[in-house]
Design a protein around this ligand. Structure first.
Ligand SMILES: Nc1ncnc2c1ncn2[C@@H]1O[C@H](COP(=O)(O)OP(=O)(O)OP(=O)(O)O)[C@@H](O)[C@H]1O
Length: 274
């Protein structure tokens, strides 16, 4: 297990690949007066799996929403050095978001739900069929295209939500505590699904979670934030030569990773101004 130097913000971009997204000194003050983020800088390269971790209210969701263009920064900027930018300053079609709730349309089948992002681009169901079936196969739901959300378990609904996020073949997948409401076994299965699709597609993932164990299992980089105001406290790689699977969960590498993440999280909670 290789555990890198942790304190932020010391990651150099020298000699590395072109970043996919670069947050530069982003601050966010809501109209209520809350300073949710203060000078947050974060550079994410193509192909990384980054988990954002931190105490409640440290600005993880706010950061993710600003990256996705779902909220504006009060100051600072977001750059997309590898992407074509649209009129809204966002990379055209390159971002997908998975929320904690699957947010499926109950009156639509699984197929209809996954079709939505393509429909919004004017692509008919018939034309979109191969992509939709492909996305459903990626999450193991190829046989459930005609089912309605009410017929699915919580884990299956979340898989549909992930398929819907993948159907546009985004470069960046933003996930905001997607598995927090699921039971442990379902959560572990979905962790494996996400890891598999990350490896197979080369997609970049920024994953918000409260779970030390989940972040240590999934990520090749951890960013720990602290609160009041939200900012980066620690930023370090997690590398292992082991395959991340059931055996990894009982390995020394995983134990060390959990310990490191846990220590940094405790440090962040302890050093936040309460
Ligand atoms: N729309 C809003 N208006 C006012 N304040 C907000 C708004 N959204 C978030 N906040 C505040 O900004 C801070 C950061 O919130 P955010 O949801 O980003 O944190 P978080 O780290 O994702 O929290 P959690 O882990 O509990 O989901 C919190 O103090 C929160 O109350």
């Amino acid at each position: 297990m290789i555990l890198g130097d942790a304190r932020a913000p010391k990651r150099s971009t020298e000699g590395r690949k072109r970043p996919l997204v670069a947050m530069d000194k982003v601050s966010k003050r809501f109209s209520s007066g809350t300073l949710a983020l203060s000078d947050m800088s974060l550079v994410v390269e193509s192909g990384e799996f980054v988990s954002l971790l931190g105490p409640s209210g440290c600005g993880k969701s706010t950061a993710l929403r600003i990256i996705a263009g779902l909220g504006d920064a009060s100051s600072g900027k977001i750059d997309w050095p590898s992407s074509r930018i649209n009129a809204k300053g966002l990379p055209d079609g390159d971002i997908s978001f998975v929320f904690q709730e699957p947010t499926l349309m109950p009156w639509q089948t699984v197929f209809g739900n996954v079709h939505l992002p393509l429909k919004l681009r004017g692509i008919s169901k018939a034309a979109a069929r191969p992509q939709i079936i492909d996305a459903l196969a990626t999450v193991g739901l190829a046989d459930f295209a005609d089912a309605y959300p009410r017929e699915l378990s919580g884990g299956m609904k979340m898989r549909v939500s992930i398929a819907r996020a993948l159907v546009t073949k985004p470069k960046l997948l933003l996930m905001d505590e997607p598995f927090a409401a699921l039971d442990e076994i379902t959560r572990q299965k979905l962790n494996d699904d996400v890891l598999r699709l990350w490896k197979e597609t080369g997609i970049t993932v920024i994953f918000v979670t409260h779970s030390v164990f989940e972040s240590a299992y999934l990520s090749n980089r951890i960013v720990v934030m602290k609160a009041r105001p939200g900012r980066v406290h620690a930023d370090f790689p997690l590398r292992t030569s082991l395959e991340r699977d059931a055996h990894y969960r009982t390995s020394e590498d995983y134990r060390q990773a959990c310990e490191k993440v846990s220590t940094m999280l405790l440090e962040a909670i302890g050093s936040g101004e309460h």
